[in-house]
Design a protein around this ligand. Structure first.
Ligand SMILES: NC(=O)C1=CN([C@@H]2O[C@H](COP(=O)(O)OP(=O)(O)OC[C@H]3O[C@@H](n4cnc5c(N)ncnc54)[C@H](O)[C@@H]3O)[C@@H](O)[C@H]2O)[C@@H](O)CC1
Ligand SMILES: [K+]
Length: 480
């Protein structure tokens, strides 16, 4: 079951895997034609009522496949205003093949179509691109199609119906049969219509592997305000100072509006020294210990998400402090590095994304195997046991919340250098401030790996963590 947004992401991921939308449209149109044939005999008339988006484009292809029947294609609107390149090309192919096609520019012209006389009507006015109530002439056409007392085959979703809810904001087509693509859509269950889910050749990899499609729909609203994109607290530092600064800077590059770093006062000046963009809060002492937990909770509850771990070091008193913090914290957090070993033992109401590498996941009591698919299954089970989202870093990262498991293939061996894990934790933290854990983890892994790949193109083997920071804005900008 895919929502319209997820479908758009999967479609873009398929294109990145070398299966472009034009090919999918060809398969979609073919699938529609197969269903239409169930409703018609030779010489029967099929009328296609088409919109100017890709839903209409699917029908232009279907009409070409059904050329042997008495076919008529009606386009609502002017051909010059067909909205997508691939729909336009398929419209041109209809003209070249001399398949009868007319254009309808106002609602009175709907009567010129003898819808009641057709043996089958294909409704391809609007698909997942619908916003709000159907406008004219589509609204009048929807009423005429429903009133025609003829078999109606809807492409993807009956026009006017929201594919995610099954509801309509105004007029909508009542269909006998819906041909939807790749996977069923949540709203189709609610309809009183036969549903065919057509395989249109989208590879399973388009869902399994994180890709550029996963970045879609995340553009910032033009009128957004400071704070809309998240305020983050990084809890780290003590033995190390670079780690919390890297995580904080990465979070800023990934779009967080404000990043606070809570670190022991002994290292606060160094952490601040890395960047004036970080808001550094000194904690009493030289390590993060139980005595600062109240202070941390006050700060954590004032932000959208926390990154806990970078540079904290491996020592008992810090582990106890992290445990005490997580026991009382009920917000969202990325847990990384030395803080990870606390997670299996702690009873927390927080929503966690844990970012272990393969060695750390074993220390947490999790799985170990060289077989990627086996590891993915076991990581899924382990995430379900923990009740948290896992991002297990490796040559291929595995992301699972116990229900959905994704694999990220960006990144390169240069990332084994120190600090790249801190960058990843910061990026995931920034995303977690505004997105669901599994999306934050998947997108975070993808963009951090892409940043490393771009950096490796220019610096090769001498990649260092700060190179990733420089590349993050580019990754977010080019892949959106
Ligand atoms: N992965 C995918 O998403 C795939 C999508 N395909 C097809 O592409 C369709 C989506 O295509 P599009 O995104 O181009 O969108 P649509 O073709 O559903 O609609 C876009 C058009 O509708 C107009 N419109 C929007 N709301 C309206 C309203 N209330 N009244 C009147 N006109 C309105 C827009 O101005 C635009 O011209 C799917 O439904 C499906 O049929 C298939 O080709 C296969 C793959
Ligand atoms: K439709």
């Amino acid at each position: 079951m895919l929502t319209a947004d997820r479908m758009a992401a999967v479609d873009a991921n398929a294109a990145a895997l070398g299966v472009p939308r034009k090919q999918l449209m060809e398969s979609s149109g073919n699938a529609v034609a197969r269903v239409v044939r169930q409703y018609v005999d030779p010489d029967d008339q099929v009328i296609f009522v088409c919109g100017r988006g890709n839903n209409g484009g699917d029908a232009f292809v279907a009409a070409r496949f059904l050329d042997a029947y008495d076919v008529e294609v009606a386009l609502l609107g002017h051909p010059d205003r067909i909205g997508t390149d691939i729909a336009r090309k398929n419209w041109a192919a209809l003209q070249a093949a001399e398949i009868p096609a007319t254009t309808i520019t106002d609602s009175t012209a709907i009567d010129d179509l003898d819808l009641a006389g057709a043996d089958c009507i294909v409704d391809a006015m609007l698909g997942t691109g619908v916003t709000g109530a159907l406008r004219e002439p589509a609204a009048t056409a929807a009423r005429a199609i429903t009133a025609a007392d003829t078999a109606v085959v809807a492409v993807d979703v009956p026009s006017g119906v929201d594919a995610d809810t099954g509801e309509a904001a105004g007029d909508a087509v009542t269909a006998d049969h819906v041909v939807t693509f790749h996977d069923t859509k949540p709203g189709l269950d609610a309809l009183d219509a036969a549903v065919t889910v057509a395989d249109i050749g989208i590879p399973a990899a388009a869902e399994r592997f994180v890709g550029p499609g996963d970045l879609l729909g995340r553009e910032r609203a033009a009128e957004s305000h400071k704070g809309d994109h998240g305020e983050l607290l990084v809890i780290g530092g003590g033995p190390y100072t670079g780690a919390p600064a890297l995580a904080g800077q990465a979070a800023l590059q990934a779009g967080a509006d404000l990043v606070h770093v809570a670190c022991p006062e002994s290292v606060a000046p160094q952490v601040q020294g890395y960047s004036e963009n970080l808001i550094v809060h000194p904690l009493a002492g030289e390590l993060v210990t139980q005595s600062v937990v109240d202070d941390l909770l006050t700060q954590a509850t004032a932000v959208d998400a926390v990154v806990c771990g970078p540079g904290l070091g491996d020592n008992e008193s810090t582990r106890a402090a992290v445990g005490a913090f997580l026991e009382r914290y009920d917000g969202r957090a990325v847990v990384d590095a030395d803080a990870l070993s606390v997670v299996p033992e702690v009873d927390t109401g927080a929503t966690l994304v844990c970012t272990p590498h393969q060695g750390e996941v074993v220390k947490m009591g999790g799985p170990s195997t060289d077989d990627r698919e086996q590891l993915a299954d076991q990581v899924s089970d382990f995430a379900a046991d923990l009740g948290h989202t896992l991002l297990v870093k490796g040559a291929h990262d595995i992301i699972s919340d116990g229900e959905t498991t994704r694999i990220n293939r960006t990144g390169n061996p240069g990332m084994t250098v120190g600090g790249t894990g801190d960058v990843l934790a910061g990026v995931v933290g920034a995303l977690l401030a505004t997105e669901e854990p599994r999306a934050a983890a998947a997108v975070g892994a993808y963009v951090t790996g892409r940043a490393a790949d771009l950096a490796a193109d220019t610096v090769g083997d001498s990649l260092v963590a700060t190179d990733l920071l420089d590349r993050l804005p580019e990754v977010f900008a080019t892949d959106e």
